[in-house]
Design a protein. Structure first.
Length: 314
């Protein structure tokens, strides 16, 4: 299958006294695929997308979009992309339809093409019913959907969505995930960034895991979880006496990783059912109090923990 995006050894070092934000990243995105970059805050996801979208100049490497080199054919490369930023300027006193018409004109659409395209996009973002209402009456999630619509007006071959669900209510989050899948079902390729493993798992054909500017793993969900082997994730919520517990648990047989983040300890273990009694005994013997336990089969959280020794959750 042919590629819509090809990235080779892409790099960005903003300042010489800091390590590179993006440190030699290579991947390709297939036509019609949803490709996610998953990684914690500061991993380099936005910098990667910004370089591909022509907003940030790489300090090394190359990339093509739709066969067009981003450095030597930036306009052609940009035309192939629908960039969806988290915030765009919407006119609050104008309706959703008027705002989309404005953005459509910016892309050079006019007349019947503009009118038709705005109505198509309103349907795609599920706002046909509210198209005539002023933006100032919209929730944050609805505004986010208008942003997405603005990025679709020129019928790009691929949309770039940079953490599109951050800071919005669960219902709007659901709407955005469903919309992303619907767009993809119509043949649109998607580059999606997130630090939520659930979103990457639900949406992606393939996932690249980023940490410290590097792509540390890449594959389908199945391929990635297989790298962990037979293992379970155990998450303990501890409301009292958590100090030192993660280190104690790390020394138990069959515990491969043990990391603490605030009141939560995440363990990667060989066999949760078998080991849970020992884990609970060790916690209670140390005088700590468990307020919640969750066991999961290998998922992207476990892959991240396995590869980095760090928790992905924040
Ligand atoms: N404009 C900038 N100037 C200097 N450093 C930056 C700039 N933008 C991002 N960084 C740094 O680059 C690293 C990667 O950031 P970013 O690409 O925003 O990661 P992510 O989107 O995965 O959270 C971080 O250490 C961040 O502080
Ligand atoms: Mg970011």
């Amino acid at each position: 299958m042919s590629s819509i995006v090809e990235v080779t050894d892409l790099r960005k070092q903003y300042t010489s006294d800091h390590p590179p934000a993006v440190d030699g990243v290579s991947f390709h995105i297939r036509v019609g695929e949803i490709f996610s970059l998953l990684g914690p805050n500061g991993a380099g996801k936005t910098t990667t997308i910004s370089m591909l979208a022509g907003l940030v100049k790489p300090t090394g490497g190359t990339a093509t979009i739709g066969g067009h080199n981003i450095a030597t054919e930036p306009l052609a490369a940009k035309r192939a992309i629908g960039l969806i930023p988290q915030e765009i300027a919407l006119y609050p006193a104008l309706s959703a339809r008027q705002n989309l018409r404005f953005w459509g004109e910016m892309y050079g659409l006019s007349g019947k093409r503009l009118t038709d395209r705005v109505e198509e996009v309103l349907a795609q973002i599920g706002l046909t019913d509210r198209a005539g209402d002023k933006i100032q009456t919209f929730s944050g999630g609805m505004k986010r959907r208008v942003n997405i619509g603005a990025g679709l007006l020129h019928k790009p071959q691929i949309v770039f969505m940079d953490e599109p669900t951050v800071g919005i209510d669960p219902q709007s989050r659901r709407a955005i995930l469903d919309m992303t899948k619907a767009l993809n079902a119509e043949g649109m390729a998607v580059l999606y960034t997130t630090h939520y493993m659930e979103e990457a798992q639900e949406l992606s054909d393939r996932i690249g895991i980023m940490d410290n500017g590097k792509l540390i793993a890449l594959g389908t969900l199945d391929e990635l979880t297989k790298t962990v082997g037979q293992a379970d994730t155990v998450r303990l919520e501890i409301n009292e006496g958590i100090e030192g517990i993660a280190q104690k648990l790390a020394s138990l047989p069959g515990v491969r990783q043990s990391v603490r983040k605030e009141a939560e300890i995440t363990l990667l273990v060989d066999d949760a059912n078998h080991q849970l009694p020992d884990i609970i005994s060790a916690v209670t013997a140390a005088g700590a109090h468990i307020s919640g336990i969750e066991i999961q089969e290998p998922n992207l959280e476990a892959v991240f923990l396995h590869l980095t020794g760090k928790a992905l959750r924040d």
